[in-house]
Structures are given as C-alpha cells and as structure tokens.
Design a protein around this ligand. Structure first.
Ligand code: ZN
Length: 116
C-alpha cells in the first residue's frame, strides 16, 4: 500500500507501519488540506449555480411579471431544475421556491414566477 496523500508515492510497509495510512504526519495533514480545498470548491460551485438560477428567475420575473410564459424561455437559458430551497402552495398550486422567487410549471408548458 502506498501513502494515502495523493501527491506522495512512498510505499508503506505493513510490518513496520501497522495500519498507518500515511507515511508521515505531514502527509496526513496535507491530504486533509486537499480534502478541505475540494469541499470549499464544491461549495463555491454550488453557490454560484444557485446565484445563476436566482438571477435567471429574477430576469424572467422582471420581463414577464406574474404572467404565464413559455417554459422553454427558461430551458434555453439552461435552467437547473434541481435547485430548490423549498415548496409553497399558492392558489392551490405547488410552487418551488428558489431564494426570493417561486415558480410553478403548468401542464400546458407555461410557467409562472412569483416574487415572494
Ligand atoms: Zn506520504
């Protein structure tokens, strides 16, 4: 087995090192830093995608207000339908909440965006 630090290639000898996963404390520490970096990057990517979708909903709401419009307008802007912070009921319809906006897609392929 080799040291688990991704940039280290030192071979661990199991007889000498027991169950050690790293060749040194330094490698253990550096690998932990790499994992932190990855986590921060993921968090940053997720945040910027949420911001993009909020900006998209805001732009559409500025243009269409509370009126129904073709859902393809959002599709063409690469709407990310997986981003959702909750749901709410408005006039008997379930709306999906993203930040300060909520939207609902109706069966005829139209969407309504409401500012909360
Ligand atoms: Zn190492």
């Amino acid at each position: 087995m080799i040291c688990r630090y991704r940039f280290c290639t030192i071979v661990l000898h199991s007889q000498l090192n027991g169950n050690r996963r790293y060749c040194s404390e330094e490698c253990s520490y550096l690998e932990r830093l790499e994992r932190e970096k990855e986590k921060n990057q993921l968090r940053k990517n997720a945040l910027s995608e949420i911001n993009r979708i909020q900006a998209l909903l805001r732009a559409c709401h500025n243009r269409y207000g509370d009126s129904l419009f073709d859902v393809n307008v959002l599709r063409e802007q690469r709407m990310n339908w997986t981003i959702i912070s909750g749901t709410t009921q408005i006039e008997g319809h379930e709306y999906r909440v993203v930040g300060s906006f909520a939207y609902s897609v109706f069966q005829n392929g139209e969407i309504r965006i409401i500012k909360l």
